[in-house]
Design a protein around this ligand. Structure first.
Ligand code: ZN
Length: 402
């Protein structure tokens, strides 16, 4: 799926907020001609808005009828992809981006009594609240079709940062833009969101989570199909990290680490707590990927106490190595780094500090995985661990012959 920056005026390819490029399909002919946006749900999810909002926005701007039933998002008439992309940009500008800091991590919050509502964008990044143009036609639609705050329990995103932050808030459009698609008047006739809409954890941590949390919805054939589709996308290694939303607490932590590589261990731990993900193994993925630079072989030494504090299970070890694997594989200097045996040096540090178990690291070294990087890269990273793995084997032989 082609991804573009949510702010298409930003050309930086490392800009962290991405959405799928809007696609269209023109169907029918004559008076019945219509433009379908097949990936509207994915786009909306990236924007943390229900898919009905941008669709309705298109309708308002184009003076066209929209239809938003059965997860199909349609604007009547024939429209070009370019035109809809431009309109999407202006939807984002007016209803998503924080006008103060231009960050897309906002929620629409409605305050005031019926008939006198006010709506603003509540920015998670800078904390400011900015209004929207209350005269825009979409506002009336949103007021009529708000995403009510629901008790979601364990469903939806892990970490629960925003859910917690929202407690006591007035009426909040939750993270996880799928919420509320079922509340649209044009959508499901029952008016209640199907559990599958939000219950299928695309950001689950592993297959057990996915299977476990999917069970309750398997009763309904449609939902069962939906679940099996999602499961098909999730390979048995728990290879679901691509689905990680740009607004997940992990992505936020990664971004913060990237900008604060010099932060003290205490500050980093504070930040992890702030994001509500203390103790999670995925924290280690972010640490491995974003706290270090090409100089990781040197830098890792001073972070040993931090890593020791954070790694509490084999899963955490795996996460850490996954993150480091990404760091090494995705660096522009990857080949040189790997050729210099950087993986070996890093593993040695971690092993000597008792962060990695011998059995675990041997197993890791001999099993290529495409969970964190593609297979070829994964192979190269492990190849770069040869010296260390060989050393481990030899150390074993020596102790046996003694
Ligand atoms: Zn802001």
């Amino acid at each position: 799926m082609a991804m573009v920056n949510i702010r298409r005026d930003v050309e930086d390819k490392f800009y962290r907020y991405k959405m799928p490029l809007l696609q269209i399909k023109v169907e029918g002919r004559g008076n019945g001609i219509k433009t379908v946006v097949p990936n509207m749900e994915d786009i909306a999810r990236a924007l943390n808005r229900p898919p009905t909002y941008p669709t309705k926005y298109f309708g308002c701007e184009l003076g066209a009828q929209t239809s938003m039933a059965n997860d199909r998002y349609i604007v009547n008439g024939a429209h070009t992809a370019d035109r809809l992309r431009e309109l999407l940009d202006s939807f984002i500008e007016q209803f998503v981006l924080c006008p103060s800091c231009k960050n897309p991590e906002t929620e629409l919050v409605i305050t005031g009594k019926s008939g006198h509502e006010d709506m603003h964008r509540d920015c998670k990044a800078c904390g400011r609240q900015n209004g929207v143009n209350m005269r825009h036609k979409l506002v009336a639609y949103i007021l009529k079709n708000p995403v009510k705050k629901k008790e979601k329990g364990k469903k939806g995103k892990k970490g629960g940062m925003t859910a917690e932050a929202n407690v006591g808030g007035p009426m909040v459009f939750e993270k996880g833009a799928e919420d509320g698609s079922g509340e649209d008047e044009d959508a499901s006739p029952s008016g209640t969101p199907a559990p599958g809409d939000q219950g299928v954890p695309t950001t689950g941590t592993d297959i057990d989570d996915v299977l476990g949390r999917s069970d309750p919805v398997l009763g309904n054939p449609d939902e069962a199909e939906e679940v099996s589709k999602k499961l098909a996308k999730t390979d048995l290694n728990g290879d679901d990290d691509e689905d990680e939303d740009a607004d997940s607490p992990y992505a936020l932590l990664g971004g913060w680490l990237e900008d604060n590589k010099d932060a003290s261990d205490a500050d980093i731990i504070e930040k992890i707590k702030e994001y509500g993900i203390a103790g999670k193994y995925k924290v280690l993925v972010e640490i491995g990927h974003h706290l270090f630079s090409d100089e990781v072989a040197k830098e890792i030494t001073k972070r040993i106490p931090l890593i020791q504090a954070l790694v509490t299970s084999e899963k955490h070890q795996k996460g850490l190595l996954g993150g480091l694997e990404r760091l090494l594989a995705l660096s522009p200097n990857s080949d040189a780094l790997l050729a210099a045996g950087t993986t070996s040096k890093v593993l040695m540090e971690l092993y000597q500090a008792d962060i990695l178990d011998e059995e675990f690291v041997k197993n890791w070294g001999t099993h290529v995985s495409k969970k964190y990087v593609d297979k070829e890269k994964s192979k190269k990273v492990r190849k770069s661990a040869d010296a260390f793995l060989k050393w481990l084997d030899e150390a074993d032989d020596e102790s046996e012959s003694e």
